[in-house]
Design a binder for this molecule. Structure first.
Ligand SMILES: *[C@@H]1O[C@H](CO)[C@@H](O)[C@H](O)[C@H]1NC(C)=O
Ligand SMILES: *[C@@H]1O[C@H](CO)[C@@H](O)[C@H](O)[C@H]1NC(C)=O
Ligand SMILES: *[C@@H]1O[C@H](CO)[C@@H](O)[C@H](O)[C@H]1NC(C)=O
Length: 541
């Protein structure tokens, strides 16, 4: 590999580690300087005269069988380099310089070289004919033919073929060549299509404008600046301005409606097919992409349309009670291409959309939170059962069942589903047994009349004997019973004492005894009443 560029290479002249240094300092391809040419022409070496022949028309260009005496390697090799042709206005164009080596044979009257640009399919051919060649003198001699008439663009991929003239079948050389791009210093500085301008910008979020300053542009041309939205190509969004070449201030102000990751600034000189320079300053700011969610209540469709192309996985999910986690709803995965839509979605405030990209994930909950926006399931403990109350802002159908929570996400149904129809703004009450109970036993309610539903789950169903409220009751009962017992002890002690006193004091009159008995029976009946009361309280609970 040859290095010509002085700017890059003078550093290492005289040092033994030259190639490595060059590589370190400038990278191989970007340093190569491009040879200048004044004219496009063809030449032949060794004093052989040659001329450019007009190519034959396409139909007569079939190959013919090669004579047996012809060496199949008459075309020895082909070397391709890029050259630059510059006009006085300091604008340069790029050309391929192709040098082919031919071993002369009497059957060969010249060579044909063609280049095809893969991106544009543009084909350029040159036929070089030897004229007045002294056949005997040059037989078996190597002749170099050279042509630099092939105009190419920056960073193009070109397919080059060299054939004999006339065209003998099977004898040809081919090569694929890559033209330098604007990163090559020489090309970047001198080829006009690389002089695309440098853009600097400032965003004014308050007034929603972007001010763009341009530099490094072609002096003799107007310059265009626009804002665009990049999908496959950059689409115009109506913000466009021209900086006139006579303007001293090379700056424009363009309005925008939204900062999006695909919002780009483009600049280009006002010349046909000018290369554009493009800057997409917000491309990492993808958090704005997830806001574009819409719900159509008529069609019951929840849709998200990406405003910029983005690789994202989309799920519907439901938010946990602590709002720390959004649990994916099974079978709701979609990939973001044009749009993602879900039909028949529960409009619950805790039903959300989750977007995952390589850089992170975002959760958006499109349904409003409010006192009457969500359906609800509540449980009330009864002594031997449980009341479940379902309310809904819209007409809905639910299934309610008891399940066994085996892990965070799954709850295995233990019971047949009960279908419940709830009219708008109505409450429906269900009575469920509490025979199955425990900390992992849950009551789950889910909407059945939609495809994607938020599951409500109420767990830790208390067992009949252990529930905290009944403990309280037991405590109260215990107090009442204890009080009754204490009271009866007191009363019986009193009665006992009275009887003892009566027995002891036989002299007491019969009348007195009578009144004592009456008093005793009164107390006993009040005691009976009290016990009844306590049993009743127990029954009410
Ligand atoms: C709930 O699941 C656990 C583990 O899978 C099991 O041991 C337990 O018996 C289940 N409970 C009921 C009431 O089925
Ligand atoms: C609820 O069910 C329990 C037993 O499962 C029963 O004792 C109670 O009477 C029921 N209540 C109503 C209001 O149906
Ligand atoms: C969603 O709902 C529509 C309309 O009710 C139905 O045709 C479709 O099969 C449902 N899809 C799923 C996955 O349940």
């Amino acid at each position: 590999m040859k290095f010509h560029n002085r700017e890059c290479c003078f550093l290492c002249w005289g040092t033994s580690g030259c190639p490595l240094l060059i590589f370190l300092f400038c990278g191989i391809a970007n340093c190569r300087s491009i040879q200048r040419i004044k004219e496009c022409d063809i030449t032949c070496s060794q004093g052989v005269q040659c001329e450019r022949k007009q190519p034959d028309d396409l139909f007569s260009r079939f190959c013919r069988d090669a004579p047996e005496s012809l060496n199949p390697n008459v075309l020895e090799n082909m070397k391709i380099t890029t050259v630059m042709k510059c006009s006085p206005a300091s604008q340069c164009s790029l050309h391929l310089n192709i040098i082919g080596t031919v071993i002369y044979d009497v059957h060969i009257r010249g060579v044909e070289i063609c280049s095809m640009t893969l991106s544009s399919q543009r084909t350029q051919c040159v036929t070089i004919r030897f004229t007045k060649i002294k056949r005997k003198k040059f037989l078996m001699h190597k002749i170099q033919v050279q042509a630099n008439t092939f105009e190419v663009g920056v960073s193009e991929q070109v397919y080059v073929t060299m054939k004999t003239f006339p065209d003998f079948c099977g004898i040809q050389l081919t090569e694929t060549y890559y033209v330098e791009d604007c990163n090559n210093r020489d090309v970047g500085k001198h080829v006009w299509s690389c002089l695309t301008g440098k853009l600097d910008y400032m965003v004014n979020k308050e007034n929603k404008i972007i001010t763009v300053n341009v530099s490094n542009i072609l002096q003799d041309y107007d310059y265009n600046v626009r804002l665009c939205k990049k999908h496959f190509v950059c689409h115009d969004i109506g913000a466009h301005a021209v900086i006139r070449k006579e303007n001293a201030t090379k700056s424009v102000t363009l309005p925008y409606s939204e900062i999006l990751p695909c919002l780009c600034i483009e600049g280009w000189s006002a010349i046909p097919d000018a290369r554009r320079t493009r800057l997409c300053p917000f491309k990492n700011d993808i958090s704005t992409l997830w806001d574009n969610i819409a719900y159509n209540p008529m069609k019951q469709v929840l849709a998200w349309v990406p405003l910029c192309p983005v690789n994202a996985k989309v799920h519907l999910c439901w938010m946990t009670d602590d709002k720390q986690k959004c649990v994916n709803i099974p079978d709701s995965l979609s990939a973001a291409h044009n749009q993602v839509s879900y039909s028949q979605v529960d409009t619950h405030p805790r039903l959300c959309m989750k977007f995952a990209t390589e850089t992170g994930y975002w959760v958006k909950c499109p349904f409003p939170t409010g006192p009457f926006s969500a359906w609800d399931m509540k449980t009330y403990l009864m002594p031997n059962s449980m009341e479940i109350k379902l309310t809904s802002p819209t007409k809905a159908k639910f299934s309610v069942f008891i399940c066994n929570r085996t892990n965070f996400n799954s709850c295995e149904p233990l019971q047949k589903y009960t279908l419940v129809y709830v009219e708008a703004l109505e409450t429906v009450t269900l009575n469920m047994s509490r025979e199955i109970c425990g900390s992992n036993i849950c009551i789950q309610g889910i909407r059945e009349d939609v495809n994607y539903s938020f599951p409500t789950q109420i767990c830790d169903i208390p067992c009949i004997s252990q529930d905290p409220e009944s403990k309280e009751d037991n405590f109260l009962q215990m107090i009442i019973v204890t009080a009754v017992q204490v009271l009866s002890a007191v009363i019986f002690t009193y009665i006992g004492y009275k009887i003892f006193k009566v027995c002891h004091q036989k002299r007491e009159q019969k009348r007195l005894l009578k009144s004592q008995v009456k008093e005793m029976s009164e107390i006993a009946s009040s005691l009976e009443q009290m016990t009844l009361l306590s049993t009743k309280a127990e029954g009410d609970r």
